[in-house]
Write a new protein. Structure first.
Length: 204
């Protein structure tokens, strides 16, 4: 509830108390933090909360994760997978991308955010450098959605298309477009994207 309310300072206080009481970082993450963020995602999917509430919850989640991360590393807790995310070349929109990033992180994935105006070459470079499982491409304009095809073409040209699952989304994107260009996954909202990314990583 505290994460959903965006009470980041209180979240950190409770995490620190739990750590002091010798509760394992894994239990804190899996039994408290991830379910809380998943609940926010479900409410967002059902139109029970909206973008401002999700951003506030994600900020509280990120504060808690920043406190917990060193302890997780010491305990050998690994993310379930790695996703590269960015808005495609020529497109400067990032609100939707940022929501997807926060939701995916809330599912226990490591997310590398490349920002906006990302070229196909940069997507692939980041995927290779970070041993990624998923490349997430966002496009908010009909004039830039064709750039997703260029990302896929670049992966094919380099002979690595089968090494990465490519997830796509954004206002002009549809399942029909996903099927037409040969991407692996389309989702209509951030919560669904997080569910799909987690499912991909758990199947690997």
């Amino acid at each position: 509830m505290l994460i959903q309310q965006g009470r980041g300072k209180r979240v950190c206080e409770l995490i620190q108390t739990a750590l002091d009481d010798k509760i394992s970082p894994k239990d804190i993450l899996q039994d408290a933090m991830l379910p809380a963020m998943s609940a926010v995602g479900e409410k967002f999917k059902n139109n029970e909360v909206f973008v401002p509430e999700v951003l506030v919850a994600a900020r509280a989640m990120n504060m808690g994760m920043a406190l917990l991360k060193p302890y997780m590393a010491d305990c050998g807790i690994e993310p379930i997978g790695t996703a590269i995310i960015g808005t495609v070349r020529g497109d400067m929109h990032d609100i939707g991308k940022n929501l997807v990033k926060m939701m995916i992180e809330g599912k226990g994935l490591r997310v590398v955010d490349l920002g906006v105006d990302v070229s196909p070459e940069r997507f692939l470079q980041a995927a290779e450098e970070n041993h990624a499982d998923i490349i997430c491409c966002s496009a908010l304009l009909t004039t830039t959605m064709t750039e997703i095809k260029n990302v896929l073409a670049h992966l094919k040209e380099k002979g690595v298309r089968d090494q990465y699952k490519v997830m796509i989304g954004g206002a002009p994107i549809s399942q029909a477009y996903c099927d037409a260009i040969g991407a692996d996954c389309y989702t209509p909202d951030a919560a669904s994207a997080a569910d799909a990314a987690a499912a991909i990583c758990l199947r690997k």
